[in-house]
Ligand binder design. Structure first.
Ligand code: ADP
Length: 265
């Protein structure tokens, strides 16, 4: 092929005959590019906080006597924040890699009390918001959701914490659960910064962020939605994203009826 993605090998075989082997290398190349990008991204994400920590430590070593106790505490606090950031990055990378290598069958299918879980996630979001937003909770339909409580908790709280992080103070966040005969849906709606539709198809890629600076400022790693997507897929569900720039977003995880055990019709 002109783009060089078809490799043809001609091997002499039994006298005049030739054996022709060809393979499409475009898929291999794509995988290799994904792998290379991933390593570059991880290295970059790790290098930034490490440079900050290293810089603070060197400054302190060079001039410890020149700094007041308050200055030293200030430096150490900033360095400690960076180390928390690296820890979170590594934890999320490990979560992602466990999700990617684990077959769906490996989910322990326990009946998870969906309403209880949603209430727990809403309480956590309330703490994270620390009074900066008004939060409301909508619950319709008690149901047990079959799946891994740990994974579902991680996905639900990821969406809730994103709403808190991408909604300016004074905004409103709604966290909800609805279970019906057709499906069960968990959603988080906010009236925050919103997302240009052009970005939506790429949001679940590892390290994809609309605004890198803003994500960093709020402690983001760019891995949250990649994790959510894996978890919802492992539970045979889908992630539905609706958003409008400057108006707000709605992220929903929809689970099919076979994943639900209705407790009250
Ligand atoms: P991050 O750690 O950067 O938040 P995520 O994978 O959770 O990573 O999200 C990817 C990107 O999607 C974010 O960087 C942000 O640009 C966008 N995003 C996610 N949730 C929201 C939201 N509720 N409102 C606006 N933008 C969002």
């Amino acid at each position: 092929r002109r783009d060089g993605t078809l490799q043809v090998l001609v091997i002499p075989f039994a006298g005049k005959q030739r054996m022709v082997l060809s393979r499409d290398v475009s898929q291999l190349e794509r995988l290799e590019n994904v792998r290379r990008d991933f390593v570059a991204n991880v290295s970059h994400e790790m290098r930034t906080p490490l440079t900050v920590v290293g810089g603070f430590l060197e400054t302190l070593i060079d001039g410890l006597d020149d700094f007041s106790r308050e200055d030293v505490i200030h430096f150490l606090t900033l360095a400690s924040e960076q180390s928390t950031r690296m820890q979170r990055l590594i934890e999320e990378l490990l979560t992602l890699s466990a999700l990617e290598t684990g077959a769906p069958a490996q989910i322990d299918d326990e009946p998870v009390d969906a309403v209880g879980l949603v209430r727990e996630v809403a309480a956590e979001a309330e703490l994270l918001s620390a009074g900066r937003h008004t939060l409301s909770l909508v619950v319709e339909g008690e149901a047990a959701l079959l799946g891994s409580r740990k994974e579902l908790h991680s996905a639900f709280s990821n969406l809730a914490s994103n709403a808190v992080r991408y909604t300016p103070a004074g905004g409103h966040i709604e966290i909800g659960w609805r279970a019906g005969l057709e499906c069960g849906e968990y959603w988080v709606r906010d009236d925050g910064i919103g997302i240009d539709p052009a970005h939506i198809p790429r949001l679940t890629e590892r390290f994809y962020r609309v605004d890198r600076g803003r994500s960093r400022e709020t402690g983001g790693t760019g891995l949250g939605l990649a994790i959510v997507k894996h978890i919802v897929t492992r539970h045979q569900g889908e992630l539905v994203i609706d958003s409008e720039l400057g108006k707000g977003s709605r992220f929903a995880m929809r689970f099919p009826a076979p994943r639900l055990r209705m407790q009250r019709p």
